[in-house]
Design a protein around this ligand. Structure first.
Ligand SMILES: Nc1nc2c(ncn2[C@@H]2O[C@H](COP(=O)(O)OP(=O)(O)OP(=O)(O)O)[C@@H](O)[C@H]2O)c(=O)[nH]1
Ligand SMILES: [Mg+2]
Length: 324
């Protein structure tokens, strides 16, 4: 979702700066000119690479407070917003400190008169700069992980959205595969899906296609929000901020590992929390078992009931989004 540059460790930044500085061509005037200026030009090049690298990290991360609430919440669940802000603050601090230390040291470098003195001073400068970078190495490591999480966040469009929710292992990912172009992993164990997956569902109209969004969520257990793990909390965030329609999927066979009663209890809970969002209650695995309830019945295994469910989802979304 967010296009962020790869984040390097302190050592990698230093190594890359030396490599780049080696390739910097000095102007003929500098080549012929006084030695201190040549040393200063070489050190300038190293510093420029270091500070511009740090600067690119700070500026490329999005300003969290300006993002839509859904992203703010999902980033907070996955990365911890405060830690991210602190890590970026530390990188900013390092950049400014490198600059101001170098400004002061550069003057001393230019005053050196012997090769020995110049080498010694240059090494001292690099040492000071390196130790500033090493101080922020833990924050750089944190940003490596944060970058990966932010880059992999799903892109959410401003179109009618269905969120599929339910207990783990009931067949949510199997259903989104049949309703949309998303192809998440399906497996026989719970919590296969660990993050939100966005799929797109197209309806071909005479003049232009219409697009809908279907979101597959990690399985939810029936427990209070404060006890939920970060994987489950992503599902709650999607339901809170994105759902125009909630498809609640039930596995009446209980092969998923959770009882009918537990699944009903979760449904009742979600209905009270998301009282303003319409629900479509769907029983899956009809190839193995059907109940006498009035719920929709489908089988993701055989495809039974899927075209009818798709038509119902679209009809409901049309009704929800119809102008008043
Ligand atoms: N017999 C039968 N098995 C199904 C059906 N739908 C899904 N399954 C199986 O149920 C298991 C769980 O399917 P998933 O689609 O991964 O379930 P999920 O709800 O996404 O699971 P989590 O991501 O762990 O929450 C897999 O072994 C599927 O093959 C169905 O209609 N009939
Ligand atoms: Mg899944």
């Amino acid at each position: 979702m967010f296009n962020l540059p790869p984040i390097q460790s302190a050592q990698e930044i230093i190594d890359a700066a030396f490599q780049r500085a080696k390739k910097t061509h000095l102007s003929p005037a500098l080549k012929e000119g006084p030695m201190p200026k040549r040393y200063a030009a070489h050190t300038d090049a190293i510093l420029t690479v270091i500070t511009s690298t740090l600067d690119s990290y700070v500026t490329s991360f999005p300003t969290l407070d300006r993002l839509p609430l859904f992203y703010q919440e999902i980033i907070n669940i996955q990365v911890k917003t405060d830690e991210l802000k602190m890590a970026l603050g530390a990188v900013s601090w390092a950049k400014e400190t490198c600059r101001s230390v170098y400004k002061q040291q550069r003057r001393l470098l230019l005053r050196e008169r012997t090769t020995e003195g110049l080498k010694h001073r240059q090494q001292a400068i690099i040492g000071r700069i390196s130790s500033i970078l090493y101080q922020i190495d833990p924050q750089l490591k944190f940003l490596v992980n944060a970058r990966k999480l932010l880059r992999d966040l799903p892109e959410i469009g401003d179109v009618p959205t269905v969120v599929i929710a339910g207990y783990p292992n009931v067949g949510k990912s199997s259903l989104i595969r049949l309703l949309s172009n998303a192809k998440p992993l399906i497996a026989h164990y719970p919590f296969t899906t660990k993050q939100l997956v966005v799929g797109h569902m197209k309806r071909t109209r005479r003049y232009s296609d219409e697009w809908y969004q279907v979101i597959d969520t990690p399985g939810l257990l029936d427990r209070p929000l404060e006890d939920r793990n970060p994987i489950e909390r992503q599902a709650i965030t999607a339901l809170t901020h994105l759902a125009d329609l909630i498809v609640f999927l039930i596995d009446p066979t209980e092969i998923c590992g959770y009882t009918w009663d537990a699944q009903q209890h979760l449904l009742e809970y979600l209905k009270t929390v998301f009282a303003d969002v319409p629900f479509l209650i769907v029983e899956n695995k009809s190839d193995l078992k059907t109940t006498s309830s009035t719920n929709w019945k489908i089988s993701c295994e055989t495809g039974e009931g899927i075209p009818e469910l798709k038509a119902e989802v679209l009809a409901r979304l049309d009704r929800i989004n119809a102008p008043l």
